[in-house]
Write a protein that binds this ligand. Structure first.
Ligand SMILES: [Zn+2]
Length: 304
């Protein structure tokens, strides 16, 4: 018997099937990415010594593909923005008191934040660098040492793993989401745009000036999946699933979920999907490179 989960998408309740993958229970969310009509898509392929081609788009078996990593990066960014924007709303939803709102702030995973990121930390949008014991860390990590579990602390407050890393994972700690690559719905979605730089003096093609660039056509639709790991054996042994705060040796690591008064496990999962994951997916408006040339505008949503 397969379990069903009802999720509200675009104002309507839709049914999604829960699948078994080995010992995991997984909810598969089909996702559609459409290249906007006034744009094109360029997700670059790594230059290869076998192809002379410059500006090629990433392909698998000659088909342009949006790699899972590109989508993942864009979703992570939107989750960060969502937790920053809706911090008050989420504090209310998850029963977090005013003096603990730090729990909801996203971390900056990079060890060397950019100037812009530093500013956002100073503005209080992102978490400051946390400490594990006396050690300063980048992003979210858990420390295990001589039977002691260390969770991230900021100003002596245990903040635990940030909500974004709960979904997306962090160094050494898996998140609850898995991503597929995204494949185009139909063939013939790549165009070649060749730009030739003209030498202004001679008005002929400058030597070595031919720049080849491939792009994915506007209107192209890509399809893929986000798998939400609802339960897996290690957590299941502790009675924990997606939507609950995780524990390691009895220490709660997802402090932001600790005070949530919702006790129905199915509802907790449903609320995280409807109030956090789907809005963040819908907020993705840009993917890939060449943005200064107008590339990368996309519409993204759950494919129903
Ligand atoms: Zn984090």
């Amino acid at each position: 018997m397969s379990e069903i989960m009802k999720i509200e998408v675009g104002g309507e309740e839709k049914e999604f099937k829960m699948k078994r993958e080995g010992k995991m229970r997984v909810l598969e969310l089909p996702v559609k990415i459409e290249v906007a009509e006034d744009s094109f898509l360029h997700i670059g392929a790594a230059p290869s010594p076998l192809t002379e081609k410059k500006g090629a788009v990433f392909k698998v078996d000659r088909t342009p593909v949006i790699p899972a990593t590109s989508f993942k990066g864009a979703l992570r960014h939107q989750l960060e923005l969502l937790f920053i924007e809706k911090i008050d709303e989420f504090a209310q939803l998850f029963n977090i008191p005013d003096n603990k709102k730090n729990l909801l702030k996203p971390c900056i995973p990079s060890p060397r934040p950019t100037k812009a990121e530093e500013e956002l930390i100073n503005l209080g949008k992102y978490r400051k660098k946390a400490k594990l014991g006396n050690k300063e860390i980048a992003g979210c990590q858990i420390g295990v040492d001589n039977d002691k579990i260390w969770i991230p602390k900021i100003n002596d407050q245990n903040v635990g793993i940030c909500p974004v890393c709960y979904f997306m994972g962090s160094a050494g700690l898996m998140g609850f989401l898995r991503f597929s690559n995204f494949y185009p719905e139909s063939e013939g979605s790549v165009i070649d745009q060749t730009n030739i730089r003209i030498d202004r003096k001679t008005e002929t093609a400058a030597p070595g000036a031919k720049v080849e660039g491939e792009q994915v056509k506007p209107g192209t639709v890509f399809k893929g999946n986000i798998s939400i790991v609802i339960s897996e054996p290690v957590l299941e042994m502790q009675g924990i699933q997606f939507g609950d705060a995780r524990k390691i040796d009895g220490v709660i690591i997802d402090k932001w979920l600790e005070s949530w008064r919702e006790t129905d496990k199915k509802k907790r999962a449903k609320i995280l999907i409807e109030e956090v994951l789907i809005p963040a997916i819908n907020n993705i408006r840009e993917l890939g490179g060449q943005k200064s040339r107008g590339a990368g505008k996309v519409d993204v949503g759950v494919n129903i």
